[in-house]
Each structure stands twice: as C-alpha cells, then as structure tokens.
Design a binder for this molecule. Structure first.
Ligand code: UTP
Length: 405
C-alpha cells in the first residue's frame, strides 16, 4: 500500500491522524506504518456504544461434586481411554497482556516461588504431566501467544527445556491484534510510526490456530477434543480425565469447569442457558430477579462460575470458526503518544480495546456440561499483585495444596 492509498483508507474511516508524524519517520518506518495501515481493520471502532443482544436467560443443570464423586471411577476410565487413544489436546491461552499484574514479561514467566523458582508455566506443565504420566501418553500442548509476547514465551520455554515436556508436542501460534482507540474511536498511536494495538481477545483462538497451519497437526494426531484454559490459574487441572470422561459419558458437545460462587454478587460469569443454548451470564448482567431465582433444591439458580477451563470438540470449532462472534468493547489503560509525540502512560483507563471472548463460542454449541470442581483445589487465578486473585492469594492456595514454593 502506498501513501495515497493509506491516506484514502484512513480518511474513509476518520483515522487520518495516523499519518500526522509520517514526515518524521525513516524510510523503513514509513514502510512499516503503511503495511500496518493496510492490515488494520479500523471498523472495530464501530462497536462503540453498540449493545450486544442477549437472548432469554434460564438456568442450566450442573454436575455437582456429589455426583462426580460417586461416578469418578467410571469417568476417569473413560477419560483415560480417550487420552490413550490420542483424542485430547490442550490449548493454553497465553496471548493476554496481563496489564493488571504489571510485569514486563509474559504472565507465564511470572515467578511465584519464595525459596526457589516456581514459574506459572512450570506449574501448568507439572499439572498436565500428572495426567500424561498416569495415561502413559503425551497430550499435544498448543500455546497461543501474541505478537507482543511470542518471542519471549518461546525463548523462555526453550531456556527451561520445556519444563520436561516433549518439545515435539508443543505447538506455538500467534493470535491476531486489534487497534486500540480513545473513547471517540480514534485509534491511538503507540509511537510516531506505529498504531497502538493489543491482542484481540481470547475468542479468536481457533481461527488463529488454523491460520497458523496447525489444522494439519490436529488431523495428524487424530485430536477430537481440545481442553482450552487460561494461563493465570496456577492450580489449573489440564487434561483432567475425570472431566473428559464425564463430558463423554453424558454425551455433551462441550464442558465447562465451574466453581460454586462464594456469594450471589461474586464477580464471575455464571453458566446458564440463553434461548435454550448453553451460555454464560456475566455478573454485571445479573438482574435482581435472576439473583433471586432458585432451583429445585432451593439453591441459587446461577450458582456456578466459570474458571476458563473448557472442553470443545474440534469438529464444532471448525463449524463455528470465523463465525459472527460479538466484539466486546473493553475500557482499558492504553499507553500512547500525544499530538506532540510525547509518550503518555495512563494511570486510569483512557480508551477501548476490542476483544472477542471465548465465552461467546459456548452459545453456538448444542450442549455443555457444567462440571463442578473444588475451588480451593483447582482455582488460584493470578490477575493482580496483591489482594483478590493475586500472587499472594495464589501462593496461599498452592501451600494449602502441598505445593512447595
Ligand atoms: P484476562 O481477561 O485476565 O486478560 O485473560 P489478560 O490480558 O491476561 O490480563 P489483564 O486484563 O490485561 O490484566 C484471561 C485469559 O485469556 C488470555 C490470557 O492470557 C488469559 O489466559 N487472553 C486474553 C488471550 O490469550 N488473549 C487475549 O487477547 C486476552
């Protein structure tokens, strides 16, 4: 794309300020900026103020701990059999920026150790290796990164010899980026020659995996199920045979690990049905009526929160790939340069990022098994440095589970 073509594209969407500092750039920087303009989808900003339409919310049944305990042996045997047949792969979503944690490195490199190094990635690999040891079969391990943290993540894994995992089984792919804008929809500039971008959310992971050419790998391995999970839960059970076995035994199209909410106001999304399809109702969408609703046991009807650990079928992912997922407009802090080219590092949110979310996939599926897990054993998310969902709280939970730090 040449300068005039870039200007025309930018004018058409009211973003011509992108070229304000063009004359100050080197030839190489000019070329890079024109290429970025060519690649960027500026229409994401049209989502500002657009409401995401939701269907009618109703309650979904959860498989609770008591039933899981009773049928654990049956589920474990079924899950292990599927793993031994090579039907399961794991997908780690590690493309996020981890801005709340505020570390310069990718979140997976964060060291939660006290007397020794215990990196988040190491915890995850140790957890999946418990299953591969039990099954006697490797689980292919896909890792989604973003342009911002790819090299650091790959380098870190190599430096640590993949924490003992077979490197042949680890497949990296990068997610797409989206521009970030101010509240009026004008994209921010990260520097004079670069539009500010951020990873486009965790919902586009399958499309990115396929675009990276990894569909052939799934096929070659005979993978039928994908266990998709977040990077920041250091107690995350990966490839859990009991979870997989339960989803298979119940004949469900997907599964979601859930924890019992500590209070009806807890800030987690709860599993539900939306127009009869499995879905997630966000805590801020819970009306007083929904909060007051009870099930046949007399418990709150929306009592189980998701922890970003799902089982999806590969064939379903192909079917819904690139589908019409809503784009969420998220209020965030966006570092940028001002009109005079001076760097600005905001202390408060100053604009929007545009994200597709993994939870929007669920509603496109025929069914889902919400599968209860014990919070203290499986849910230690690290979002912040201190306080709720922090390094501190995760360390406490690790200690409770006998993990040496
Ligand atoms: P979060 O919603 O906690 O976002 O991600 P984040 O970017 O890690 O952290 P903050 O909000 O900036 O502090 C939940 C999971 O989804 C992944 C994250 O890496 C994490 O595993 N994620 C998030 C992606 O893979 N890509 C994204 O674009 C966003």
């Amino acid at each position: 794309m040449n300068y005039n073509e870039a200007l025309a594209k930018l004018k058409a969407c009211g973003q011509e300020h992108v070229l304000n500092h063009y004359d100050t750039l080197s030839d190489q920087e000019k070329e890079a900026l024109l290429a970025q303009v060519a690649q960027t989808d500026f229409s994401v900003t049209e989502n500002i103020g657009r409401e995401i339409k939701r269907g009618k919310i109703s309650a979904i049944g959860t498989m609770e701990l008591s039933e899981i305990k009773e049928r654990e042996d049956e589920f474990r045997a079924k899950g292990l059999q599927a793993i031994r047949e090579g039907k399961l792969a794991a997908v780690l979503l590690a493309g996020g920026m981890g801005t709340r944690l505020g570390s310069d490195n990718p979140k997976c490199m964060y060291d939660i150790g006290i007397t020794k190094h215990v990196y988040i990635m190491q915890r995850l690999i140790e957890n999946v290796m418990e299953v591969t040891d039990e099954a006697g079969r490797m689980i292919p391990f896909y890792i989604m990164t973003s342009e911002k943290n790819h090299d650091a993540t790959v380098g870190f894994m190599k430096e640590h010899d993949f924490f003992g995992y077979d490197p042949e089984q680890v497949h990296f792919f990068r997610q797409e980026m989206a521009p970030a804008s101010d509240y009026e929809g004008k994209v921010y500039m990260e520097s004079a020659g670069r539009i500010a971008t951020s990873p486009n959310g965790n919902g586009g992971w399958f499309l990115s995996l396929i675009r990276a050419g990894l569909g052939a790998q799934l096929e070659k391995d005979g993978t039928e199920w994908l266990n998709v999970f977040a990077v920041d839960n250091v107690l995350q059970r990966i490839g859990d045979p009991v979870f997989l076995g339960a989803v298979l035994a119940e004949g469900k199209a997907s599964g979601a690990k859930v924890v019992r909410k500590v209070s009806p106001d807890e800030k987690v999304g709860a599993m539900c049905l939306e127009d009869g399809k499995p879905s997630i109702v966000e805590y801020y969408d819970m009306t007083p009526e929904l909060k007051a609703e009870t099930n046949e046991k007399g418990d709150p009807a929306y009592n189980f929160g998701v922890i970003l650990n799902y089982l999806f079928r590969v064939d379903d992912m192909h079917r819904i790939m690139g589908g019409d997922f809503p784009l969420h407009v998220v209020n965030k802090k966006i570092p940028h340069i001002d009109a005079d080219g001076n760097p600005v590092v905001p202390e408060e949110p100053n604009g929007y990022k545009y994200e597709q979310l993994v939870l929007d996939m669920i509603v496109q599926l025929d069914s889902c098994l919400p599968f209860e897990v014990v919070r203290e054993k499986e849910f230690a998310p690290i979002k912040n440095k201190t306080g709720v969902d922090s390094v501190e709280s995760a360390r406490e939970l690790c200690k409770m589970n006998g993990i040496e730090l």
